[in-house]
Design a protein around this ligand. Structure first.
Ligand SMILES: NC(=O)c1ccc[n+]([C@@H]2O[C@H](COP(=O)([O-])OP(=O)(O)OC[C@H]3O[C@@H](n4cnc5c(N)ncnc54)[C@H](OP(=O)(O)O)[C@@H]3O)[C@@H](O)[C@H]2O)c1
Length: 212
C-alpha cells in the first residue's frame, strides 16, 4: 500500500507517523505532504530520511490511501479529489463526519462499519473518541439516556501554532500566530472553539452530534 499523509508536519501528523512505526505498518511507499511552509523539511521515520513535499494533485497518482490531518478546508477539497479517483481518505477533521455515506469510526467500537465507506472514512473529535470508549461497555450493558460532560483540554489540542503561542508567552516574547484570544501560559480558558448562535461552542456541538 502506498500511503500519503496530508499534514505530516503537524502535531497529529507526527503522531500518525509514530503510530505507523509502533505498529510496524507495512507500506510500499510513505509520502509526506504539508503546506509551502514545511516543503523540503526532512523527517526521520523508521531510520529513513523522508522529505516533506508540497501537497499537489500529483499526489493522487502516488498513493492508494491518504490520511489527512491538515484541517477541514484541505480535507473537503481532497476528499472530493480522492473520491473522484476511487482512492481512500481517512480524515481527522470534522468536515466529513456527519455525511451519510461517510462512516464515523472508532475502531474499538464500530470497525465493522469501515467497509461501508464511499472512499472516505472519518474519525470523531478527540474528546468524543475517549468518552465513547469508556461509555460503550456501559451503554451495551445498561443503556445511556443522558451524559453530562466536562473536558479539560491541552494546548496541544489546538495545533502547532498554539504550542508556539504558549512557548512565546513562557519566554516573554510577542507571539506572531496567536491561536487563543487570551494569554494561555499559566491560564485556563473556559471556552473551546468558537460560539454558535445557540450559545454552545462548536466543540460542544461536535460531542453531541458525533455520539448519536
Ligand atoms: N480526531 C482527532 O483526534 C484530532 C485531534 C486533534 C486534532 N485533530 C484535527 O487534525 C487536524 C490537524 O490538527 P493538528 O493539531 O495536527 O494541527 P497543526 O499542528 O496545526 O498541523 C496542521 C498540519 O496541516 C498542514 N497544512 C496546513 N495547511 C496546509 C495546506 N494548505 N496544504 C497541506 N498541508 C497543510 C500543516 O503543514 P505546515 O507544517 O506546512 O504548516 C501541518 O502539517 C485538525 O483538523 C484538527 O481539528 C483531530
Amino acid at each position: 500500500m502506498r500511503l500519503g499523509i496530508i499534514g505530516a508536519t503537524g502535531l497529529v501528523g507526527r503522531e500518525i507517523l509514530a503510530v505507523l512505526k509502533k505498529f510496524n505498518v507495512s507500506l510500499s511507499q510513505l509520502n509526506l505532504y504539508a503546506s509551502e511552509k514545511s516543503t523540503g523539511r526532512k523527517i526521520i521515520h523508521d531510520n529513513k530520511e523522508l522529505t516533506v513535499r508540497l501537497l499537489s494533485e500529483d499526489a493522487l497518482a502516488e498513493n492508494d490511501v491518504f490520511i489527512s490531518s491538515a484541517g477541514s478546508s484541505i480535507a473537503k477539497k481532497w476528499g472530493k479529489l480522492i473520491r473522484g479517483q476511487a482512492l481512500l481518505l481517512i480524515d481527522n477533521s470534522s468536515v466529513w463526519r456527519m455525511e451519510k455515506d461517510v462512516p464515523l469510526i472508532v475502531p474499538e467500537i464500530n470497525a465493522d462499519q469501515i467497509k461501508e465507506h464511499n472512499h472516505i472514512i472519518a474519525n470523531p473529535n478527540c474528546s468524543t473518541i475517549q468518552m465513547v470508549l469508556a461509555l460503550n461497555p456501559l451503554r451495551e450493558r445498561y443503556g445511556i439516556r443522558r451524559i453530562v460532560v466536562s473536558t479539560y483540554q491541552a494546548v496541544t489540542g489546538s495545533g502547532q501554532d498554539a504550542v508556539a503561542q504558549l512557548n512565546d508567552e513562557l519566554a516573554d516574547k510577542d507571539s506572531i500566530n496567536r491561536v487563543f484570544p487570551h494569554p494561555i501560559a499559566f491560564n485556563c480558558l473556559p471556552q473551546i472553539d468558537s460560539f454558535s448562535d445557540d450559545g454552545y461552542t462548536r466543540e460542544e456541538i461536535k460531542m453531541v452530534s458525533e455520539t448519536q
